[in-house]
Design a protein around this ligand. Structure first.
Ligand SMILES: Cc1ncc(COP(=O)(O)O)c(C=O)c1O
Length: 438
């Protein structure tokens, strides 16, 4: 059963239930069983949620803007197994490095549905993309010059989009805002047409259209409507310059998700309806052909599909000050709380039916005072051996993980209908010294 695609974004995976023993189950598997089978800490991804999130995009798009492609921003989370599911749901992928491109090429995603992003692609990365005829989203003039040089040298043709700065201030956190004039990403409005003129008559460079992305974790619909209008105008300018219709318009990603009960993200279908209505209006009023619309969500495809399970190893009570729950992971598997004070929802997964009665700081095991996932959360009274669950860790957790303190990265498993499959094996101690030379 799939939940309604226009249902509000949940904090927990859609398959989450509570078993009679008071444990959470995900994909009909007890969290303790998952840890027993795959170890702790553990990233768990719920296949049902991933597919529902894909359809939250593709269903309204099919209805309101049939000529579309949804590409998953792989920076949020990338494994071959995940990409294969996204491919089955008709999505493509956006990649930002040779590593992500290599991973995408190993999946079953059709190569034409891969896009290559990045503000400083190396010549090797550009060559890799050109050899596979991958759409390249050009960030700056130097990159364009590099592509021209490589197409001549290799005798290949490039299919490019130009990343523009829509120069919109979306309400979000400064660290992850990319739409403004001072952003390191994209081409300013004034610089766009000179770049187009540089390559428009080059038979080896085919300009497909424009790209834009206004930021991440955006809770308002208006920035997307404004973006549609601004990018329609840019597209019209480009069309006039090229003397032909523009084939593609990419409006980026960034729709916010619900990490905590106070987060109030919009319905994905409402963003799509409002944004596409404006786009259609802008183009139809000028009797222009609608370009293919590309959307590039990351977080909202995988965020609530993922949870992290940790085991409590010790409880340190500092009387009158605070009580620490020490878990067997922390900043190496989830850097976001330390990097930009990201908030999550926590629970004791082995005491799911018990009320929260005690305030804890949940701290990791790493040699940094800052390695604290949350400084204060009310949870059921915890014991050593309990499983702590952190919701909404499907995006930007595994993707940003590290080997700090030589911690092996956790395994990632996908669950569905009582079955769990490994998507990423747990790293071993030998993996950690694999590249050491002595
Ligand atoms: C160019 C681009 N597209 C898409 C995304 C995905 O954003 P989100 O994960 O917030 O949907 C990002 C994220 O930073 C991005 O930089």
């Amino acid at each position: 059963m799939n939940p309604s695609v226009s249902a509000p974004y949940t904090i927990q995976p859609v398959s989450l239930t509570t078993a009679q023993n008071g444990h959470y189950e995900i994909g009909s598997i007890d969290v303790s069983q998952l840890i027993q089978n795959h170890g702790s800490p553990l990233y768990v991804m719920d296949e049902q949620t991933i597919r529902a999130n894909c359809r939250a995009y593709t269903d309204p798009l099919k209805q309101f803007y049939p000529n579309h492609l949804v590409v998953f921003a792989a920076k949020a989370c990338m494994t071959v197994g995940l990409l294969n599911i996204l491919g089955e749901e008709g999505l493509g992928v956006d990649v930002v490095s040779a590593g992500e491109l290599y991973t995408a090429l190993k999946s079953n995603l059709p190569v034409p549905n891969i896009l290559f992003h990045g503000n400083n692609k190396s010549l090797e990365e550009l060559e890799m993309a050109l050899r596979q005829s991958i759409r390249i989203v050009v960030d700056n003039e130097q990159e364009l010059d590099n592509i021209v040089m490589l197409t001549e040298k290799l005798g290949l043709r490039a299919r490019i989009m130009l990343r523009t700065k829509p120069e919109i201030e979306a309400h979000t956190h400064d660290y992850i805002k990319t739409g403004q004039i001072d952003s390191k990403f994209g081409i300013e409005r004034a610089a766009l047409m000179p770049l187009v003129r540089k390559v428009k008559d080059n038979p080896k460079i085919h300009i497909l259209g424009l790209h834009s992305h206004i930021g991440s974790q955006i809770f308002d619909i208006e920035p997307y409507v404004d973006l549609a209008a601004i990018m329609a105008e840019h597209t019209l300018r480009l069309s006039a310059e090229l003397g032909r219709p523009v084939e593609e318009l990419n409006l980026g990603g960034g729709i916010g998700i619900k990490y905590t009960h106070s987060d109030d993200p919009p319905l994905i279908s409402d963003v799509i309806t409002a944004m596409t209505q404006r786009l259609v209006q802008e183009f139809e009023s000028r009797q222009l052909r609608l370009p293919k619309l590309i959307m590039e969500p990351g977080r909202s495809i995988v965020g609530n599909a993922g949870v992290t399970l940790y085991t409590v190893g010790a409880i340190k009570d500092i009387p009158g000050v605070k009580t620490y729950l020490f878990v067997d992971g922390g900043m190496s598997d989830n850097i976001r709380p330390m990097l930009y004070q990201a908030e999550y929802t926590y629970d004791i997964a082995t005491k799911a039916t018990q009320p929260g009665t005690k305030s804890y700081a949940v701290a990791g095991k790493f040699c940094e005072s800052g390695d604290v996932l949350t400084h204060s959360v009310t949870l059921p009274e915890a014991e050593v051996g309990d499983v702590v669950i952190v919701f909404d860790t499907g995006a930007y957790n595994y993707a940003m993980s590290s080997n700090y303190n030589r911690a092996p990265r956790p395994a990632m498993v996908v669950v569905k209908n009582g079955q769990s499959r490994v998507w990423v094996e747990r790293e071993t101690l030998d993996d950690l010294i694999r590249n050491d030379r002595y």
